[in-house]
Ligand binder design. Structure first.
Ligand SMILES: [Zn+2]
Ligand SMILES: [Zn+2]
Length: 350
Protein backbone atom coordinates (compact mmCIF):
# COMPACT_ATOMS: atom_id res chain seq x y z
CA UNK A 1 0.00 0.00 0.00
CA UNK A 2 1.31 3.44 -0.79
CA UNK A 3 1.92 5.91 1.98
CA UNK A 4 -0.82 8.14 0.59
CA UNK A 5 -3.42 5.38 0.78
CA UNK A 6 -2.41 4.66 4.37
CA UNK A 7 -2.84 8.28 5.35
CA UNK A 8 -6.30 8.31 3.79
CA UNK A 9 -7.29 5.24 5.77
CA UNK A 10 -6.30 6.80 9.08
CA UNK A 11 -9.55 8.72 9.21
CA UNK A 12 -11.53 5.51 8.97
CA UNK A 13 -9.98 4.00 12.07
CA UNK A 14 -11.39 3.97 15.55
CA UNK A 15 -11.78 7.39 17.08
CA UNK A 16 -11.89 6.10 20.62
CA UNK A 17 -8.73 6.24 22.69
CA UNK A 18 -6.24 3.42 22.55
CA UNK A 19 -6.89 0.98 25.37
CA UNK A 20 -4.22 -0.03 27.83
CA UNK A 21 -3.00 -3.16 26.21
CA UNK A 22 -5.66 -2.80 23.52
CA UNK A 23 -8.89 -4.73 23.62
CA UNK A 24 -6.90 -7.56 22.01
CA UNK A 25 -4.33 -7.75 24.79
CA UNK A 26 -6.80 -7.56 27.66
CA UNK A 27 -9.16 -10.10 26.11
CA UNK A 28 -6.25 -12.46 25.48
CA UNK A 29 -5.17 -12.18 29.12
CA UNK A 30 -8.77 -12.95 30.08
CA UNK A 31 -9.10 -16.00 27.82
CA UNK A 32 -5.83 -17.40 29.13
CA UNK A 33 -7.07 -16.88 32.70
CA UNK A 34 -10.32 -18.68 31.87
CA UNK A 35 -8.19 -21.67 30.96
CA UNK A 36 -6.57 -21.72 34.41
CA UNK A 37 -9.48 -21.07 36.76
CA UNK A 38 -10.87 -24.09 38.54
CA UNK A 39 -14.45 -25.17 37.88
CA UNK A 40 -15.44 -23.81 41.31
CA UNK A 41 -13.92 -20.43 40.52
CA UNK A 42 -15.58 -20.38 37.12
CA UNK A 43 -18.97 -21.19 38.67
CA UNK A 44 -18.56 -18.42 41.20
CA UNK A 45 -17.74 -15.95 38.44
CA UNK A 46 -20.08 -16.81 35.67
CA UNK A 47 -23.08 -19.01 35.95
CA UNK A 48 -25.97 -20.46 37.80
CA UNK A 49 -25.05 -22.27 40.98
CA UNK A 50 -27.31 -25.19 41.78
CA UNK A 51 -25.75 -25.48 45.23
CA UNK A 52 -26.46 -21.95 46.34
CA UNK A 53 -29.66 -20.08 47.03
CA UNK A 54 -28.31 -16.91 45.48
CA UNK A 55 -27.61 -18.64 42.25
CA UNK A 56 -26.30 -15.88 40.05
CA UNK A 57 -22.55 -15.83 39.37
CA UNK A 58 -20.70 -12.56 39.91
CA UNK A 59 -20.81 -11.69 36.23
CA UNK A 60 -24.08 -13.39 35.32
CA UNK A 61 -22.51 -14.39 32.01
CA UNK A 62 -22.72 -18.02 30.97
CA UNK A 63 -20.91 -17.46 27.68
CA UNK A 64 -17.45 -18.80 26.87
CA UNK A 65 -16.11 -15.25 26.99
CA UNK A 66 -17.23 -14.30 30.47
CA UNK A 67 -13.91 -12.70 31.44
CA UNK A 68 -12.96 -11.49 27.97
CA UNK A 69 -16.29 -9.66 27.68
CA UNK A 70 -15.48 -7.42 30.65
CA UNK A 71 -11.68 -7.20 30.31
CA UNK A 72 -11.66 -3.70 28.78
CA UNK A 73 -14.58 -2.27 30.74
CA UNK A 74 -12.19 -0.26 32.93
CA UNK A 75 -10.78 1.53 29.87
CA UNK A 76 -14.26 2.51 28.70
CA UNK A 77 -15.18 3.58 32.23
CA UNK A 78 -12.17 5.89 32.67
CA UNK A 79 -13.25 7.72 29.50
CA UNK A 80 -16.60 8.63 31.06
CA UNK A 81 -17.23 11.64 33.26
CA UNK A 82 -18.21 9.39 36.16
CA UNK A 83 -15.12 7.22 35.75
CA UNK A 84 -12.44 9.86 35.24
CA UNK A 85 -11.24 9.43 38.84
CA UNK A 86 -10.10 5.88 38.01
CA UNK A 87 -7.65 6.91 35.24
CA UNK A 88 -4.53 6.88 37.50
CA UNK A 89 -5.29 3.30 38.55
CA UNK A 90 -4.22 1.94 35.16
CA UNK A 91 -0.49 2.41 35.73
CA UNK A 92 2.29 3.10 38.19
CA UNK A 93 4.74 5.77 37.12
CA UNK A 94 8.11 4.38 38.12
CA UNK A 95 10.49 7.33 38.42
CA UNK A 96 13.57 5.36 37.51
CA UNK A 97 16.13 6.17 34.83
CA UNK A 98 15.90 3.93 31.78
CA UNK A 99 17.74 2.50 30.02
CA UNK A 100 20.52 2.51 32.63
CA UNK A 101 18.41 1.94 35.72
CA UNK A 102 14.96 0.38 35.98
CA UNK A 103 13.06 -0.17 39.23
CA UNK A 104 9.68 0.29 40.88
CA UNK A 105 9.30 1.71 44.38
CA UNK A 106 5.71 1.64 45.62
CA UNK A 107 6.19 4.41 48.17
CA UNK A 108 7.97 6.64 45.68
CA UNK A 109 5.87 5.88 42.60
CA UNK A 110 2.26 5.42 43.68
CA UNK A 111 0.74 8.91 43.64
CA UNK A 112 -1.85 10.43 45.94
CA UNK A 113 -4.63 9.51 43.51
CA UNK A 114 -3.68 5.82 43.54
CA UNK A 115 -2.00 3.51 41.04
CA UNK A 116 -2.33 0.02 39.61
CA UNK A 117 -0.77 -1.55 42.71
CA UNK A 118 -3.06 0.13 45.23
CA UNK A 119 -5.97 -0.70 42.91
CA UNK A 120 -5.03 -4.38 42.94
CA UNK A 121 -4.99 -4.36 46.73
CA UNK A 122 -8.32 -2.60 46.94
CA UNK A 123 -10.22 -4.63 44.35
CA UNK A 124 -8.82 -7.94 45.55
CA UNK A 125 -10.25 -7.14 48.96
CA UNK A 126 -13.54 -5.96 47.53
CA UNK A 127 -14.05 -8.97 45.27
CA UNK A 128 -13.79 -11.23 48.30
CA UNK A 129 -15.78 -9.02 50.64
CA UNK A 130 -19.14 -10.63 51.38
CA UNK A 131 -20.52 -7.39 52.78
CA UNK A 132 -20.59 -5.59 49.44
CA UNK A 133 -23.51 -5.57 47.07
CA UNK A 134 -23.53 -7.77 43.97
CA UNK A 135 -23.02 -4.67 41.86
CA UNK A 136 -19.99 -3.59 43.90
CA UNK A 137 -18.42 -7.05 43.71
CA UNK A 138 -18.98 -7.21 39.97
CA UNK A 139 -17.42 -3.78 39.52
CA UNK A 140 -14.39 -4.81 41.62
CA UNK A 141 -13.94 -7.93 39.52
CA UNK A 142 -14.05 -5.93 36.30
CA UNK A 143 -11.33 -3.61 37.61
CA UNK A 144 -9.24 -6.52 38.82
CA UNK A 145 -9.34 -8.46 35.56
CA UNK A 146 -8.20 -5.34 33.73
CA UNK A 147 -5.44 -4.21 36.07
CA UNK A 148 -3.67 -7.58 36.17
CA UNK A 149 -3.26 -7.04 32.43
CA UNK A 150 -2.13 -3.43 32.69
CA UNK A 151 0.53 -4.34 35.24
CA UNK A 152 2.29 -6.60 32.72
CA UNK A 153 2.59 -3.88 30.01
CA UNK A 154 6.10 -2.46 30.61
CA UNK A 155 5.13 1.11 29.72
CA UNK A 156 2.32 1.00 32.30
CA UNK A 157 5.11 0.70 34.88
CA UNK A 158 7.23 3.65 33.71
CA UNK A 159 7.04 7.42 34.22
CA UNK A 160 9.44 8.47 31.46
CA UNK A 161 7.64 10.61 28.87
CA UNK A 162 4.35 9.73 30.61
CA UNK A 163 4.76 6.06 29.99
CA UNK A 164 6.08 6.59 26.48
CA UNK A 165 2.94 8.45 25.38
CA UNK A 166 5.09 11.45 24.46
CA UNK A 167 7.65 9.45 22.49
CA UNK A 168 6.64 10.00 18.89
CA UNK A 169 7.73 7.21 16.59
CA UNK A 170 6.99 5.64 13.24
CA UNK A 171 5.61 2.13 13.19
CA UNK A 172 4.93 0.32 9.94
CA UNK A 173 4.52 3.61 8.11
CA UNK A 174 2.29 5.31 10.70
CA UNK A 175 3.19 8.20 12.97
CA UNK A 176 2.17 7.24 16.47
CA UNK A 177 3.61 6.97 19.96
CA UNK A 178 5.61 4.24 21.62
CA UNK A 179 2.96 3.56 24.25
CA UNK A 180 0.24 2.93 21.67
CA UNK A 181 2.55 0.61 19.75
CA UNK A 182 3.03 -1.51 22.85
CA UNK A 183 -0.62 -1.37 23.89
CA UNK A 184 -2.16 -2.11 20.54
CA UNK A 185 -0.31 -1.86 17.27
CA UNK A 186 2.45 -4.41 17.84
CA UNK A 187 0.00 -7.02 19.24
CA UNK A 188 -2.42 -6.42 16.35
CA UNK A 189 0.44 -6.67 13.84
CA UNK A 190 1.32 -10.07 15.28
CA UNK A 191 -2.20 -11.46 15.49
CA UNK A 192 -3.72 -9.82 12.43
CA UNK A 193 -6.73 -8.20 14.09
CA UNK A 194 -8.19 -6.89 17.32
CA UNK A 195 -11.48 -8.74 17.72
CA UNK A 196 -12.43 -11.19 20.46
CA UNK A 197 -12.00 -14.06 17.99
CA UNK A 198 -8.41 -12.90 17.41
CA UNK A 199 -7.87 -12.80 21.17
CA UNK A 200 -9.26 -16.30 21.57
CA UNK A 201 -6.93 -17.77 18.97
CA UNK A 202 -3.92 -15.90 20.39
CA UNK A 203 -4.85 -17.15 23.85
CA UNK A 204 -5.08 -20.73 22.56
CA UNK A 205 -1.60 -20.39 21.07
CA UNK A 206 -0.14 -19.00 24.29
CA UNK A 207 -1.87 -21.62 26.46
CA UNK A 208 -0.22 -24.24 24.22
CA UNK A 209 3.15 -22.60 24.86
CA UNK A 210 2.50 -22.58 28.60
CA UNK A 211 1.30 -26.17 28.68
CA UNK A 212 3.94 -27.83 26.55
CA UNK A 213 5.93 -25.25 24.64
CA UNK A 214 8.55 -22.60 25.15
CA UNK A 215 6.90 -21.12 28.22
CA UNK A 216 6.22 -24.33 30.12
CA UNK A 217 9.39 -24.20 32.20
CA UNK A 218 8.78 -20.59 33.23
CA UNK A 219 5.11 -20.45 34.16
CA UNK A 220 5.43 -21.64 37.75
CA UNK A 221 7.87 -18.81 38.40
CA UNK A 222 5.36 -16.19 37.25
CA UNK A 223 3.12 -16.90 40.25
CA UNK A 224 5.80 -17.93 42.71
CA UNK A 225 5.15 -16.12 45.98
CA UNK A 226 1.86 -14.57 44.89
CA UNK A 227 -0.07 -13.84 48.07
CA UNK A 228 -3.56 -12.37 48.29
CA UNK A 229 -2.75 -11.56 51.91
CA UNK A 230 -0.04 -9.16 50.74
CA UNK A 231 -1.26 -7.70 47.48
CA UNK A 232 1.00 -4.66 47.50
CA UNK A 233 4.12 -6.84 47.63
CA UNK A 234 2.76 -9.21 45.00
CA UNK A 235 1.65 -6.52 42.57
CA UNK A 236 4.90 -4.59 43.09
CA UNK A 237 6.76 -7.73 42.04
CA UNK A 238 4.61 -7.95 38.89
CA UNK A 239 5.23 -4.27 38.15
CA UNK A 240 8.99 -4.60 38.76
CA UNK A 241 9.15 -7.61 36.47
CA UNK A 242 7.48 -5.68 33.64
CA UNK A 243 9.39 -2.46 34.33
CA UNK A 244 12.72 -4.30 33.89
CA UNK A 245 11.83 -4.76 30.22
CA UNK A 246 11.75 -0.97 29.79
CA UNK A 247 15.54 -1.05 30.15
CA UNK A 248 16.22 -4.32 28.36
CA UNK A 249 13.68 -4.39 25.53
CA UNK A 250 11.49 -1.28 25.26
CA UNK A 251 14.29 1.29 25.05
CA UNK A 252 17.64 -0.49 25.48
CA UNK A 253 19.44 2.27 23.54
CA UNK A 254 17.46 5.21 24.88
CA UNK A 255 14.63 7.26 23.42
CA UNK A 256 16.43 8.91 20.50
CA UNK A 257 17.31 5.54 19.00
CA UNK A 258 13.58 4.79 18.68
CA UNK A 259 12.98 7.93 16.65
CA UNK A 260 15.35 7.36 13.75
CA UNK A 261 13.50 5.27 11.23
CA UNK A 262 10.57 2.87 11.24
CA UNK A 263 10.16 0.54 14.23
CA UNK A 264 8.97 -2.12 11.81
CA UNK A 265 10.44 -4.63 11.29
CA UNK A 266 13.66 -4.55 13.33
CA UNK A 267 12.40 -3.10 16.61
CA UNK A 268 9.14 -5.03 16.34
CA UNK A 269 11.10 -8.26 15.93
CA UNK A 270 13.19 -7.42 18.98
CA UNK A 271 10.12 -6.69 21.12
CA UNK A 272 7.25 -8.91 20.04
CA UNK A 273 8.49 -11.93 22.00
CA UNK A 274 8.30 -9.83 25.17
CA UNK A 275 4.77 -8.71 24.26
CA UNK A 276 3.73 -12.37 24.00
CA UNK A 277 5.52 -13.31 27.19
CA UNK A 278 3.83 -10.52 29.16
CA UNK A 279 0.36 -11.36 27.87
CA UNK A 280 0.92 -15.01 28.80
CA UNK A 281 2.09 -14.01 32.28
CA UNK A 282 -0.92 -11.75 32.80
CA UNK A 283 -3.36 -14.52 31.93
CA UNK A 284 -1.63 -17.16 34.01
CA UNK A 285 -1.39 -14.85 37.01
CA UNK A 286 -5.01 -13.74 36.71
CA UNK A 287 -6.33 -17.30 36.65
CA UNK A 288 -4.29 -18.20 39.71
CA UNK A 289 -5.23 -14.97 41.50
CA UNK A 290 -8.95 -15.60 41.02
CA UNK A 291 -8.52 -19.16 42.30
CA UNK A 292 -6.77 -17.83 45.38
CA UNK A 293 -9.52 -15.30 46.07
CA UNK A 294 -12.13 -18.00 45.65
CA UNK A 295 -10.33 -20.33 48.03
CA UNK A 296 -9.55 -17.74 50.69
CA UNK A 297 -12.80 -15.79 50.69
CA UNK A 298 -15.63 -17.31 48.73
CA UNK A 299 -15.31 -21.02 49.51
CA UNK A 300 -15.00 -20.31 53.24
CA UNK A 301 -17.98 -18.03 53.21
CA UNK A 302 -20.07 -20.61 51.36
CA UNK A 303 -19.19 -23.21 53.98
CA UNK A 304 -20.18 -20.94 56.83
CA UNK A 305 -23.37 -20.03 55.03
CA UNK A 306 -22.73 -16.30 55.23
CA UNK A 307 -23.81 -14.80 51.98
CA UNK A 308 -25.61 -11.68 53.04
CA UNK A 309 -24.56 -8.11 52.72
CA UNK A 310 -24.07 -5.85 55.67
CA UNK A 311 -26.16 -2.73 56.08
CA UNK A 312 -23.14 -0.48 56.02
CA UNK A 313 -20.16 -1.78 54.08
CA UNK A 314 -18.93 1.85 53.65
CA UNK A 315 -17.16 0.98 50.44
CA UNK A 316 -14.09 3.04 49.63
CA UNK A 317 -14.02 2.47 45.92
CA UNK A 318 -10.83 4.50 45.54
CA UNK A 319 -8.84 2.29 47.92
CA UNK A 320 -7.23 5.17 49.78
CA UNK A 321 -6.37 2.97 52.75
CA UNK A 322 -3.77 1.23 50.64
CA UNK A 323 -1.90 4.32 49.50
CA UNK A 324 1.54 5.44 50.65
CA UNK A 325 1.62 8.57 52.84
CA UNK A 326 0.47 11.72 51.04
CA UNK A 327 3.23 13.96 49.74
CA UNK A 328 3.82 16.78 47.30
CA UNK A 329 3.54 15.57 43.71
CA UNK A 330 6.74 15.02 41.73
CA UNK A 331 7.37 16.55 38.31
CA UNK A 332 6.38 13.29 36.66
CA UNK A 333 3.16 13.21 38.64
CA UNK A 334 2.35 16.78 37.64
CA UNK A 335 3.03 15.89 34.00
CA UNK A 336 0.70 12.92 34.26
CA UNK A 337 -1.97 15.04 35.91
CA UNK A 338 -1.72 17.45 32.96
CA UNK A 339 -2.67 14.47 30.79
CA UNK A 340 -5.87 14.15 32.80
CA UNK A 341 -4.21 11.39 34.79
CA UNK A 342 -4.74 9.08 31.84
CA UNK A 343 -2.60 6.14 30.82
CA UNK A 344 -2.81 6.05 27.08
CA UNK A 345 -2.85 8.48 24.20
CA UNK A 346 -3.76 7.81 20.62
CA UNK A 347 -3.66 11.11 18.82
CA UNK A 348 -2.71 9.34 15.62
CA UNK A 349 -5.09 6.47 15.22
CA UNK A 350 -4.22 3.69 12.84
ZN1 LIG B 1 -1.79 1.89 27.73
ZN1 LIG C 1 -6.00 0.10 31.45
Amino acid sequence: MTRLAKVALVGLGSVSGVKAWGVLGHATVAYIAQNYVTSDTASWLRNLRVDQPRAQGVLGDTSDSYLANIASWADDYRETKAGKWSAPLHFIDAEDNPPSDCNVDYNRDCGNAGCSISAMANYTQRVGDGRLSDANVQEALKFLVHFVGDLTQPLHDEALERGGNEIEVTFDGYQDNLHADWDTYMPEKLVGGGELTDAKSWADTLVGEIQSGNLSSQAAGWIDGDDIGDVVTTATRWASDANAYVCSVVMPNGVAALQSGDLYPDYYNSAIGTVELQIAKGGYRLGNWLNMIYKASIAKRDLSGVLGESDDPTPDIGGHDFLPARRAPSRAQLARAAMGGSCCNARHNH
